[in-house]
Design a protein around this ligand. Sequence first.
Ligand SMILES: C[S@@+](CC[C@H](N)C(=O)[O-])C[C@H]1O[C@@H](n2cnc3c(N)ncnc32)[C@H](O)[C@@H]1O
Length: 270
Amino acid sequence: MLVALARGVAPGRRDAHASALLPRPLGGVVALAADRPLARGLLRGVTLGLVDHIALRTAALDAVVEEGRERSIPQLVLLGAGLDARAWRFGAHGYQVYEVDHPATQTFKRRHAPKGAAPIYVPVRFGDERVADALEAAGHRADQPTVWLWEGVTMYLPEDAVEDTLGQVRERSAPGSLLGVTYIEPGGIHAAPGIRTMVDWVFEGLGEGLGARYRPDALRRLVSRHGFVVRRDGGSETWPRLWGGEPRMAQLVLGAERLCVAECAGADSD
Ligand SMILES: C[S@@+](CC[C@H](N)C(=O)[O-])C[C@H]1O[C@@H](n2cnc3c(N)ncnc32)[C@H](O)[C@@H]1O
């Protein structure tokens, strides 16, 4: 919900679907703030840069989706889709969109989903259930390339669940498939220790305690083990500014989150 709120008030290009996807009163707050620069500025401040971080992250991952579209990749799979509106933003542009998520999150989303261009919902608990089998049953084609986005999820999972899921992503990735995965470095949250502890409590309280963390070289080795070649890896200071976020604000609390973009090179890369 926080991510959708941030996208709904992103300073440059806001996500027009965010307010519909959010429950009241949050959806109302986003709708109200949308056209009021002062209110949006206030939200950027009280979220300690989360709005800016998410704005830049959205732009960086949208660039991966655009790249897939230019290459005519037919499938987009959002792993841990949450209240992401990409199915509505990109679904009408040639992608078959699959949303894989925890069943509880998905039940909530289906109740709030905007009209039109609905994704194919694939309920899965990472680490407990086979995402590869669920995608096969849902109609996903392993013989055609896929754009996989795994945005803001690995940090909530234990390392073995990340590894297991990546192995299954590999099973269903035809050569040329693209993977955009965000992760948090071991230092974790960038902030004064007091704020860091508070942020950890907030996440724990939301039932989303922080899990796997990787250094960029460890993440590179992990995706390589699963047949993906890293094309780029960076943080908010290098992400495109399309959604209007400001890198210095973005670094305040979530500066340790990075995005790795990798490509599946085919069987002989194993
Ligand atoms: C912070 S949200 C990110 C949502 C979305 N990717 C975005 O950026 O808007 C984390 C997502 O991970 C999902 N998630 C966390 N643990 C999970 C698990 N064990 N199995 C499936 N989904 C999980 C949650 O349901 C939620 O949708």
